[in-house]
Ligand binder design. Structure first.
Ligand code: HEM
Length: 304
């Protein structure tokens, strides 16, 4: 055996007070790895548990699972941006990676829009109430990891809110509260309160951890020359537009396709006033507001 490797192995195990001979013997007995062990295909392919016998429910479940996996890939990249001080080329490359994941999410949304029978969907979805994609925690984490909390505050309160708003007061004014809260009475839907009970603490911790380290903050901390780098600006704008206009519109068009039947809009499983809530032109969610012109912000979500 190559003595360099033998020595490195010895050093590695000695450093943790382990006998390298025992580990080498273990290697002798251990089974070689297979694709199915490594990718965990048996586990993965057993994670689909439909609640009805409608075959298209499988499309619905699996596409949501694919989306969640891509959200995880995005979060993995955003975490690396938060933890490192990348030079501009590396920073751009990371933004391009998250952009590409969201490009996939956007272009593949037709699997949802055109890939399920409308009648089947409208029957199996009754068994899903009050669950909703609204309760996707990773989607919210992608937002927290992408921008400052002020940019996620409901448009109606954003201009008056403290730019450094955080924690509980920020939480109650996040744009998505509008999907589950009666602002006059303060009463929350079950969909929202169950979501908060499960994740609120985690969200506050997560958003605090990304304060000053989210993608937008990291960009703002770059030297002026880098902030003006054309490729980086292009990548940042591409990501912002893909998440907050293209994906949102693909999602909105899907909801219209399945829930607007003969001009009548059906109530969604999460119970929001979705026709207004979901359109980007009302919410004007923008991760990187300084990278857009006044006109682009005014017309956000209208040209698609
Ligand atoms: C037939 C397919 C779909 C329909 C009809 C649909 C419909 C809706 C509606 C109406 C809402 C608003 C909340 C509510 O009242 O329930 C919503 C929220 C949401 N859905 Fe979907 N959805 C679909 C597929 C998906 C997929 C594949 C994902 C991927 C994870 C997803 C993720 C989300 C997210 C993240 C929200 C919250 C968005 C926000 O707060 O702006 N949805 N969906």
């Amino acid at each position: 055996m190559n003595s360099k490797i033998t020595n490195q192995l010895k050093e590695k195990y000695e450093a943790i007070d382990q006998d390298v001979e025992v580990h080498l013997e273990g290697l002798l007995h251990s089974k070689p790895i297979n694709y199915w062990d490594y990718i965990q295909t048996d586990v993965l392919l057993n994670l689909q548990k439909p609640r009805t016998d409608f075959p298209d429910e499988m499309v619905f479940i699996m596409y949501h699972q694919i989306s969640e996996l891509l959200f995880k890939m995005i979060l993995t990249e955003l975490e690396q941006v938060a933890e490192n001080d990348f030079i501009v080329a590396e920073f751009t490359e990371k933004v391009m990676r998250v952009s590409r994941y969201f490009d996939v999410l956007t272009s593949s949304f037709s699997i949802m829009k055109d890939g399920m029978n409308i009648d089947q969907y409208n029957q199996f979805r009754t068994t899903l109430t009050p669950a909703s994609g609204f309760q996707s925690a990773q989607y919210r984490m992608v937002e927290f990891a992408s921008t400052d909390l002020i940019n996620l505050i409901d448009k109606r309160f954003r201009d008056k809110a403290d730019k450094n708003i955080c924690c509980n007061s920020a939480f109650e004014q996040l744009y998505w509260q509008a999907a589950g809260k009666d602002y006059k009475t303060g009463k929350k839907t079950y969909t929202l309160s169950a979501f908060e009970e499960r994740y609120k603490e985690e969200f506050i911790k997560f958003s605090k951890a990304y304060e000053g380290r989210n993608l937008w903050s990291k960009y703002k901390a770059l030297p002026k020359k880098d902030r003006e780098n054309k490729a980086l600006i292009k990548a940042m704008r591409h990501y912002d537009y893909t998440v907050n206009v293209k994906w949102v519109m693909a999602h909105y068009n899907t909801a219209n396709h399945y829930l607007n039947i003969g001009g009548e809009t059906a109530e969604a499983t999460g119970g929001s006033e979705w026709v207004k809530y979901m359109h980007p032109k009302y919410q004007k969610r923008i991760f990187f507001p300084d990278l857009w012109t006044k006109k682009e912000i005014e017309t956000w979500g209208t040209g698609i």
